[in-house]
Design a protein around this ligand. Structure first.
Ligand code: GLN
Length: 273
């Protein structure tokens, strides 16, 4: 079968995807080890039986809703190619706002940075790649996430990072940081968003928090002060409807210069203090 014929059939089998053509091209590129440009230039090339079997198996899983990033095992974030697995959330473009805001607030001199609930290590690695003079610590409660973040750090040769297992601050007693970032779980368990799209396949531990999604944000805000240097910054990602709540939580915990920043969709996404 020719590439273009397989592609046409594949698109027809992905009616629930927002981007069926792109999904099918990514799967093709992965199985053939070729770029998108190559697939377009050589769309009359013939797929052999082994390639077809592999492609059809991946297509069936995509048609059943599995995220493309879990099927290929990779996702780009901040121009870094990251290995991903179902043990962690798939990095989102939304979180690039968190990286930008953190970079804008990091002191000019070398300093220590902490990423809580690091998952793939995406945010920690993006910061470490931009500020090679800083030391970035990423922690996660899930050992498989810590191993994945370590794997990504060595793949990207970002040696100014370390990854530890820690439930929020539990393994960090006595340490202090110039800046703490987190993309914690913040979705309410009853949110209908959880029954649609990629999130159905992502770990609930990375998505869902009690108290209308604010439980983990409250814990982090209450404890962060002990782990921040004077004039240090805390930056939290949250849901588009949580800005006001998160500002209030930060102020109740004696943070000042509290403000909320928007993502590229114009929604409240990151609150700092
Ligand atoms: N922004 C993600 C979503 O809405 C959730 C990320 C999170 O809970 N930390 O799918």
């Amino acid at each position: 079968m020719q590439i273009r014929v397989w592609l046409r059939n594949a698109v027809a089998q992905l009616p629930d995807s927002d981007s069926p053509k792109r999904d099918a091209e990514i799967l093709l590129g992965k199985v053939l080890g070729k770029s998108r440009a190559w697939l377009i230039a050589f769309d009359d090339a013939t797929l052999d039986d082994a390639q077809l079997a592999q492609l059809d198996a991946l297509l069936a899983r995509r048609a059943a809703g599995e995220p493309v990033a879990y099927l290929t095992g990779e996702r780009e974030f901040w121009s870094l190619s990251l290995t991903v697995s179902p043990d962690t959330l798939i990095p989102r473009p939304d979180s690039e706002v968190l990286v930008e805001q953190a970079l804008a607030r990091l002191p000019a001199e070398p300093c220590e940075v902490l990423d809580l609930g690091t998952g793939t290590g995406a945010i920690a690695l993006a910061l470490a790649s931009e500020r090679t003079d800083c030391q970035v610590t990423g922690v996660d409660r899930i050992p498989a996430a810590v191993a994945l973040a370590q794997h990504n750090a060595s793949k990207l040769a970002l040696s100014n990072t370390r990854f530890l297992q820690s439930h929020w601050f539990s393994a960090l007693e006595g340490q202090q940081f110039a800046l703490i970032v987190s993309n914690p779980p913040y979705i309410d368990a009853d949110d209908h968003h959880l029954s649609q799209g990629d999130v159905r396949f992502e770990p609930a531990s990375a998505l869902v928090a009690g108290d209308h999604g604010l439980a983990d944000i409250r814990i982090i805000a209450a404890e962060a002060g002990r782990y921040l240097q004077d004039s240090g910054w805390l930056l939290l990602e949250h849901g588009w409807q949580q800005g006001e709540h998160v500002r209030k939580i930060l102020r109740e915990n004696s943070f000042h210069a509290v403000e909320t920043c928007q993502d590229y969709g114009g929604n409240d996404r990151v609150t700092v203090g």
